[in-house]
Design a protein around this ligand. Structure first.
Ligand SMILES: Nc1ncnc2c1ncn2[C@@H]1O[C@H](COP(=O)(O)OP(=O)(O)OP(=O)(O)O)[C@@H](O)[C@H]1O
Ligand SMILES: [Mg+2]
Length: 222
């Protein structure tokens, strides 16, 4: 079983009239990176929310790691979301009033994994990789956009999820820091994590094996 994601003929409407996604076929191997591009409003975040079990779809079939996802039972997937999927959102979704370190370790408070020495060592390695070691004890409220972005990426990566979903993860970063993020994604994908990344910047296609354009509700392989 090497496929992590298998979607067929996925459709999604919010209003009951217009279909934002209108027949999306998508599959992703374990350890594979896919990049998605498309105009503003084309449905990229909608697609990511569905892949990430955060929102339901209207029609179609979806298998996550070989098991069917039932569109009306999203509430039953919260444990799987916490364990298997790391999110990097357009709007960071960090807790501003606590430190970088506390934000990164936050996912472990929701599952039963211990916060031990080896976890701290992994965190330090990630902080170093993304060049934010010096910010470890700083409150998130005091960080720049790009620093918040990299904190969110550490938080998504540290639990070694099956899937990382990243919506414009380099949107706030200069070229040098964007390169750090790309190499961090490549490294985690070599360890078997799959990555789906939305980017407007096609020359930063993240070493993706596949690049898709979302157009008129479905994917075109670029
Ligand atoms: N909760 C919602 N209710 C109704 N319509 C929505 C909702 N969320 C998104 N839409 C609509 O669905 C379409 C796709 O939105 P989506 O956020 O997925 O686009 P996007 O490709 O991520 O855009 P951007 O590049 O600007 O982030 C848009 O027309 C948007 O207005
Ligand atoms: Mg979006």
């Amino acid at each position: 079983m090497n496929k992590l994601i298998e979607m067929s003929e996925i459709r999604k409407t919010y209003t009951g009239k217009r279909y934002v996604l209108d027949g999306v076929d998508f599959s992703l191997e374990k350890g594979e990176i896919a990049a998605i591009t498309g105009e503003s409003g084309s449905g990229k975040s909608t697609f990511l929310n569905i892949v990430g079990l955060l929102d339901s779809f209207t029609e179609g079939t979806y298998l996550f790691d070989g098991a069917p996802v039932y569109k009306n039972r999203l509430n039953s997937y919260y444990k799987q979301r916490a364990a298997d999927i790391g999110f990097v959102f357009q709007a960071y979704c960090l807790i501003e009033s606590i430190s970088v370190q506390e934000n990164i370790l936050m996912p472990f408070m929701y599952n039963d994994k211990p916060v031990n020495k080896s976890l701290y060592a992994q965190m330090d390695e990630l902080l170093n990789e993304l060049n934010i070691t010096a910010l470890k004890d700083k409150k998130v409220a005091l960080l720049s956009g790009g620093e918040k972005q990299r904190t969110a990426i550490c938080r998504a990566m540290i639990k070694k999820p099956k899937l990382i979903i990243a919506d414009e993860p380099t949107g706030n970063l200069d070229e040098k820091n964007a390169e750090l993020v790309i190499s961090a994604f490549k490294k985690i994908s070599d360890l078997g994590t799959s990555v789906i990344v939305v980017t407007h910047n096609l020359h930063l296609s993240f070493g993706a094996e596949k690049v898709y354009a979302l157009e008129k509700g479905s994917f075109r392989l670029c």
